[in-house]
Write a protein that binds this ligand. Structure first.
Ligand code: ZN
Length: 94
């Protein structure tokens, strides 16, 4: 049994979703509270998120560009490493 920190009721563990971040491996809110909260807040959460993105447009775009760049660098490094291995394998085969 675990006490939901939202409704304060004691419920069996299977009424709580799994959450690897929690020490007991379960969320602190029961599924019912969590789903209810999500249902009630999904609009405002989304609205807040959209508002934040709009207000921080440059920051968001910079972050996305940075991510793409990093990703590109990683892909290039991988391609280089792959080409090197291929060359070595070809050398060994010769
Ligand atoms: Zn609850």
């Amino acid at each position: 049994m675990k006490i939901c920190t939202y409704c304060g009721e004691s419920k069996p563990l299977d009424k709580f979703s799994r959450d690897a971040k929690q020490t007991d491996g379960r969320q602190n809110w029961c599924k019912e509270c969590y789903n209810g909260w999500r249902r009630d807040n999904i609009q405002s959460v989304k609205a807040k998120d959209d508002k934040w993105r709009a207000e921080n447009r440059e920051h968001v775009l910079a972050r996305e560009a940075e991510y793409r760049e990093k990703n590109l660098e990683r892909r290039r490094a991988y391609a280089r490493e792959y080409a090197r291995k291929r060359r070595e394998a070809a050398k060994r085969a010769a």
